[in-house]
Design a binder for this molecule. Structure first.
Ligand SMILES: [Zn+2]
Length: 270
């Protein structure tokens, strides 16, 4: 009898260990280890290095080998994310594999933007105070810094109350609201969310992180310049100038430099 109890307990322990191993492997299938490591680093960079994410924001990355899937942490604060927390989703924001019911409520921000924008490889959702202020003000967010050139394309403002949300519930908690947000984003780099935050995109994880960094910096510089009084000069693109998406080797290298520095700091303990 004692032996039977012992073996039953052993089988239960092995089964639990099996679930744990399956969960980890499922979250990081072979070949995606670097992608998952970069996503973990991006969580820590955005939370701890460049103060884009608070305890509630999140960042995702599309799988380049399977563009109909993306990776996003389970619902914990970005600064605490580890590889074991990463969940693989399809573009309907349904988890791939079993046992992943603890995702972010607002994962539809990510899935619906990926669906609408095949060029987008990473999405960041943040609750930056400086950007929420511009979403609430009649003062438009305008380009102030050379690294914020994409702002010249326009940064739309999305108001969830116009598509079914209320002042008491502004979360993007279903696919319909995610589609509405993706529609407001259109072909732009970022969309401000009235009373809530921002969604920022990029053609790579490194560029999405840079875009989020410079969008926040631009908002603060604009506020400072306005507060100084006098006449504010904006850095607006001249008619007929090239589009702001900098795909040149120099632009890519500049984004990479910042990313590599921030990533080094979070992975090496500074
Ligand atoms: Zn949110």
């Amino acid at each position: 009898m004692k032996n039977r109890t012992f073996f039953a307990a052993l089988i239960a322990i092995l089964a639990l260990a099996g679930v744990a191993v399956f969960r980890k492997l499922d979250a990081a299938p072979a070949g995606s280890k670097t992608l998952v490591e970069d996503l973990v680093a991006a969580n820590h960079v955005l939370a701890n290095e460049i103060s884009v994410l608070d305890a509630y924001g999140h960042v995702s990355v599309r799988d380049p080998r399977d563009p109909n899937h993306y990776y996003l942490s389970r619902a914990i604060s970005a600064g605490m994310v580890t590889a074991g927390d990463i969940i693989e989703y399809d573009l309907d924001s349904k988890p791939v594999g079993a046992g992943h019911s603890d995702g972010y409520l607002e994962r539809f921000i990510h899935g619906e933007i990926y669906k609408a924008r095949p060029d987008v490889m990473a999405v960041i959702h943040a609750h930056s105070a400086d950007l929420i202020a511009f979403a609430a003000s009649s003062v438009p967010l305008r380009n102030m810094i050379h690294t914020g050139a994409f702002i010249n394309d326009g940064i739309p403002i999305f108001d969830v109350r116009k598509v079914g949300g209320t002042a008491d519930d502004m979360l993007i908690r279903n696919p319909m609201l995610g589609r509405s947000l993706a529609g407001a984003l259109g072909k732009k780099t970022a969309v401000l969310m009235f009373g809530h935050g921002v969604a920022v995109t990029g053609p790579s994880l490194a560029t999405a992180v840079s875009n989020a960094y410079f969008l926040n910096m631009n908002a603060r510089v604009e506020e400072l310049a306005i507060r100084l009084g006098g006449t504010v000069s904006y850095l607006e693109r001249e008619r007929g100038a090239r589009p702001s998406v900098d795909t040149s080797p120099a632009g890519a290298a500049a984004n990479k430099r910042g990313w590599e520095y921030w990533k080094h700091r979070v992975t090496s303990g500074k």
